[in-house]
Every structure is written in structure tokens, then in C-alpha cells.
Design a protein around this ligand. Structure first.
Ligand SMILES: *Cc1c(COP(=O)(O)O)cnc(C)c1O
Length: 246
């Protein structure tokens, strides 16, 4: 356990150093770039170690795994002081029938890519608010598809503003910005330039949608150069995946 804590501390320092140098190279304030620790497939006890190292923001991509982990981490942490509670972000493909499972605890859903999913989240966020499980509307990001491949999730450029106005009309949701994953074989430079342009198009109509969640272990430096305000880091931070993927 102590070895694992040391390994995580070392990796965290490296990731922070990378973010700091990418910001310096881009002439940006590192305070503008948040980091989500993507904890999919790692056990709750690793999340607790990361929390002990000062991290508060955790990303998951499977609803059932996440729901179980949220409970487990809460039990392991007991009652953290005000402001130290973990915040959970959903970054994966979400089936509409799983909206109910995530609505009570999720801080932000980053993968909204259809009006139907937005409607399901809207309904469940309002129900969760009525039940006293959450306060205020649920912050969401639109997941933008760089290559427009419908199989990989995300909304293509030609559907972006239509989806944005749909989400903006959902009383249970708050449109906070854009999320994107660079396509596997794409040049990250070109991909994130395209993402930055899409984010600008979105902000022109929705000025409050300022979050740009872009960049992972392999390409966070490029994403920061193209205006990312939130990098989502898994492998570089936690190393080999610890749980069998489901
Ligand atoms: C897994 C995942 C990440 C983290 O990827 P790494 O390459 O492990 O850093 C980021 N975003 C999404 C949507 C993911 O599914």
C-alpha cells in the first residue's frame, strides 16, 4: 500500500510537471487547467490514495462500476471535511437507462451527444433535485466528435449548435462547455485545432459554456496548447489498469 502511494505520488508529480511545462510553453496560467484523474478500472483504495495526495476530481466511464466505486470510496473516506469530498465526472458513453444511476452523485456529465440522452439526464437530474439528492441543475459538456464517426460517440460539427440549444432549454441541465477525444490515428495537432474551433463556435452562442475538456495521457500537452481547460488523465497517473475491464 505504501509502495503504491509512493508510485502514485511520483506519477502525479510527473503529470503536474507536464501540465506546468505545457502551460509555460503556451503562455498560459496553470491555474486555468484543471485535471481529472480518470479512475476507471482502478480500485476504490487507489482513489482513496489519490484523494490523500490532494486530488478531488475523478472521472469514470462506466455507470455501474462508477456507482459502486462512489459508495466504496465514501465508506473508506468516512466524513471528509467540508470541501474535501470527492467530485465524480462521467466521461464515457452513457446509455439513457443509466441516467438514473448517475444523477444522484455525478458532478458533471462530459459525454452528452444526443438530445435523447440530454432529455434522460434532464429528467433524472430534476428528480434527484426533488428528492434532495442534488442541488441545482446538473452541469454537462457536449461531447464533440472530431471525425464525425457516429460509432465512437460525440456529436459532429453540423449537429453541435442544435444540440447545444436543446441542452440550454433543459431546466435540469446547465451547459458548461465541450469535451473531445482525439481520434486514434489522427494528428493530435490537427484534431485539437478542430476541437478549439468547435469550442469557439459553441461559446459564440453560449458564452457561459467555457469549459474545454481535452487531452489525455498521450496528448495533454497538445490539448493545452489548443486551449484545454481540463485534462483527463488515466494511464500516466495510475499506470496499468488494476481491475479487469467489463
Ligand atoms: C480512459 C479515458 C481517459 C484517460 O485516458 P488515458 O489515456 O488513460 O489518460 C480520458 N478520457 C476518456 C473519455 C477516457 O475514456
Amino acid at each position: 500500500m505504501d509502495d503504491r502511494r509512493e508510485e502514485l505520488a511520483r506519477r502525479l508529480a510527473q503529470v503536474r510537471e507536464r501540465i506546468a511545462s505545457a502551460c509555460a510553453a503556451a503562455g498560459r496560467d496553470p491555474g486555468e487547467v484543471a485535471m481529472l484523474a480518470v479512475t476507471k478500472t482502478i480500485p476504490a483504495r487507489d482513489v482513496v490514495l489519490l484523494h490523500g495526495l490532494g486530488l478531488r476530481d475523478f472521472g469514470e466511464n462506466r455507470a455501474q462500476e462508477a456507482a459502486a466505486k462512489v459508495v466504496e470510496v465514501a465508506e473508506l473516506l468516512g466524513n471528509p471535511p467540508a470541501g474535501a469530498a470527492p467530485r465524480w465526472y462521467f466521461v464515457g458513453g452513457l446509455q439513457r437507462n443509466k441516467a438514473r444511476l448517475v444523477a444522484p452523485w455525478v458532478t458533471r456529465v462530459e459525454s452528452v451527444d444526443s438530445a435523447r440522452l440530454a432529455d434522460a439526464l434532464d429528467a433524472q437530474a430534476r428528480r434527484a433535485a426533488d428528492d434532495g439528492e442534488r442541488d441545482g441543475p446538473l452541469p454537462v459538456l457536449l461531447q464533440y466528435s472530431v471525425d464525425g464517426d457516429p460509432g465512437r460517440g460525440g456529436v459532429a460539427r453540423d449537429g453541435l449548435l442544435t444540440l447545444a440549444s436543446h441542452v440550454a432549454g433543459c431546466a435540469g441541465l446547465r451547459l458548461d462547455g465541450l469535451m473531445a477525444v482525439a481520434p486514434l490515428h489522427a494528428d493530435p495537432e490537427e484534431a485539437f485545432a478542430d476541437v478549439a474551433a468547435a469550442a469557439e463556435v459553441l461559446r459564440a452562442e453560449h458564452p457561459a459554456a467555457t469549459v474545454l475538456s481535452a487531452g489525455m495521457s498521450g496528448d495533454l500537452d497538445v490539448a493545452i496548447r489548443h486551449g484545454s481547460t481540463c485534462v483527463r488523465v488515466g494511464t500516466a497517473l495510475v499506470g496499468e489498469r488494476r481491475l479487469a475491464s467489463r
